[in-house]
Design a protein around this ligand. Structure first.
Ligand code: SAM
Ligand code: SF4
Length: 331
């Protein structure tokens, strides 16, 4: 059944949903989780595969065509490839992606590709083992690189994106190795500016290493030229002038892209969030478990989306960091 398009109160059409399939994670990245971990949700509080499938199908009937499965770490959810297959079978999805830290990719790459995932983002913050450990608090770089290699064996999974969070005082030394990595391998490396969504509340504006600063470091060694992009794309793309690969810059802090934002998010316990930085969320699990039909759920989603924030206020005095960490939202 096709429904009216999903549109917010500022006239933006919603076409993209990020679904967190678990709040659990096997890493403890400094910019996301505390070293000791977080109190995980009870299993009964987390949406079942069938509940996730139902919400995705409803959103797709309202015009959402891009679905990204994330977490926490999505691959730690039991039977995750089966969920991926259930979502892939929903007619109308054009793009089905997974964002992962890569630790379990060696095990799951084949199953996820077979299930119908057509895009992968693998998060890697350093190509040096000791610095990777420092950032993620896990000595896992060899395992993650093995996962990336396993994934690269599947032509259907390309182009593969490698995401690095850019933090001042850490990432400067990673920039040229990552640029070389993007030139030598079929991976699009993308730098994401550090956002105030960390459990430890260590974020300050000074700790953001901007995309422009990184681009300047790379350009001195390997000149770059811009690549045209879709209006709602989050990354600004540049290719090496000599044709050897592409870099992406996701600059939500220094160059907010809210005016083109077509995204909403669903947390693992079924709360709809209309912005990464939302201070309000809308419960879908409660009404669903109380027996709401699709028309009732549709109205709840529409009302929430209508109130989607015009923009984030990260750069403004009085900005309030959401209580949730990135791992509890689904980045
Ligand atoms: N565990 C998976 C992973 O790390 O790829 C998926 C979930 S993780 C929350 C999604 C993305 O958010 C990752 O690329 C991660 O690096 C990024 N991220 C987490 N905290 C962030 C922060 N404070 N600022 C910017 N990006 C962040
Ligand atoms: Fe886990 Fe991903 Fe957060 Fe790192 S960024 S702690 S891998 S959820």
């Amino acid at each position: 059944m096709k429904r009216e398009p999903l549109i917010d109160g500022h006239g933006r059409l919603i076409g993209d949903v990020r679904i967190s399939v678990t709040d659990r994670c096997n890493f403890r990245c400094q910019y996301c989780m505390p070293a000791e971990g977080l109190a995980w949700l009870a299993r009964s509080d987390v949406l079942s595969f069938e509940e996730i499938e139902r919400i995705v199908a409803l959103l797709v009937s309202m015009g959402v065509s891009d679905v990204r499965l994330t977490g926490g770490e999505p691959l730690v959810r039991k039977d995750f490839p089966r969920l991926a297959g259930m979502i892939a079978a929903i007619p109308g999805i054009e793009d089905l992606a997974v964002t992962t830290n890569g630790f379990l990719l060696e095990r799951d790459a084949g199953a996820l590709v077979a299930a119908g995932i057509n895009r992968f983002n693998v998060s890697i913050d350093s190509l040096q083992r000791d610095r990777f450990f420092e950032m993620t608090r896990r000595d896992a770089l060899p395992q993650v690189l093995a996962g990336l290699k396993a994934l690269a064996a599947f032509p259907q999974a390309h182009p593969i994106k490698v995401n690095a969070v850019a933090m001042r005082g850490f990432t400067e030394d990673e920039v040229l190795p990552f640029a070389a990595f993007a030139r030598e391998h079929p991976y699009e490396v993308r730098f994401i500016e550090f956002m105030p969504l960390d459990a430890d509340h260590q974020w300050t504006p000074e700790k953001v290493l901007s995309g422009e600063e990184i681009r300047a470091i790379v350009s001195e060694v390997w000149p770059l030229e811009p690549v045209q992009r879709e209006p709602s794309a989050t990354a600004k793309l540049y290719r090496f002038v000599d044709g050897k690969g592409t870099l992406g810059f996701i600059n939500p802090v220094s160059e907010p892209f809210c005016s083109d934002c077509n995204r909403i998010r669903l947390t693992s316990e079924g709360l709809l969030r209309t912005c990464l930085f939302s201070l309000n969320e809308t419960d879908l699990r409660g009404p669903m478990r109380a027996g709401a039909d699709d028309a009732e759920l549709e109205q709840i989603v529409r009302d929430a989306v209508w109130r989607k924030e015009l923009k984030h206020h990260v750069n403004e005095p009085g900005f309030t960091q959401p209580a949730r960490t990135m791992s509890q939202i689904g980045g």
